[in-house]
Design a protein around this ligand. Structure first.
Ligand SMILES: CC(C)(COP(=O)(O)OP(=O)(O)OC[C@H]1O[C@@H](n2cnc3c(N)ncnc32)[C@H](O)[C@@H]1OP(=O)(O)O)[C@@H](O)C(=O)NCCC(=O)NCCS
Length: 157
């Protein structure tokens, strides 16, 4: 059985393991940045329980936007490959949306590689966010490097 709950420091290693299982999305630099961010960002994890053992199978992290009390940013998200396509990614994003409702925030924002960058894995990521109701908000040209444009998507709750 897979359950979603708030992430705690004891989950950080499990969250990083999930990210390591997704090398097409998270390179070494990304993993280093994620490890640092986990200490200060909020998060939810989905855990699978087998007896007394718990395994983190996916996670999302988020952060209120400094200077905009009405916006929360999704910062990192990953679902272990074997657990993809079962609705877990949607449930995690919905957990953040529920929290937004509790704290009176009405906009969720996420950033990812733009359509102009020919890299298939992130086409799947964009399709996922759009399916969940995120809409293209802005493209930041060359944000990640020459030709590597960034897409900003927003969902109004
Ligand atoms: C993107 C990701 C989080 C999706 O998680 P998931 O658990 O596989 O997605 P879900 O099963 O919850 O799918 C939710 C909806 O998105 C749709 N969807 C998911 N992937 C899709 C794709 N590649 N194309 C079209 N729709 C897609 C599903 O059909 C589903 O729609 P429904 O709820 O109306 O049936 C997961 O594939 C992943 O970890 N990808 C690699 C890391 C990544 O992209 N992280 C985010 C950027 S840093």
């Amino acid at each position: 059985m897979v359950q979603i709950r708030e992430a705690s420091p004891s989950d950080y290693e499990g969250m990083l393991s999930v990210a390591r299982s997704l090398p097409e999305w998270f390179n070494e630099q990304g993993l280093r940045e994620m490890a640092a961010d986990l200490r200060t960002h909020h998060g939810f994890v989905a855990v699978r329980r087998t007896g007394a053992e718990e395994q983190v199978v996916d996670f999302v992290t988020w952060l209120p936007r400094v200077g905009d009390v009405n916006l929360v940013e999704l910062t990192w998200l990953g679902v272990t490959p074997q657990f993809q396509g079962r609705g877990l990614g949607r449930r995690l994003v919905e957990a953040v949306a529920d929290r937004c409702g509790q704290i009176g925030v009405s906009v969720m924002e996420v950033t990812t590689l733009a359509d102009s960058v020919d890299y298939a894995p992130y086409a799947r990521t964009r399709a996922f966010y759009r399916k969940l109701g995120f809409r293209d908000w802005r493209v930041d040209a060359d944000f990640y490097g020459p030709g590597d444009d960034r897409l900003v998507l927003r969902k109004y709750l």
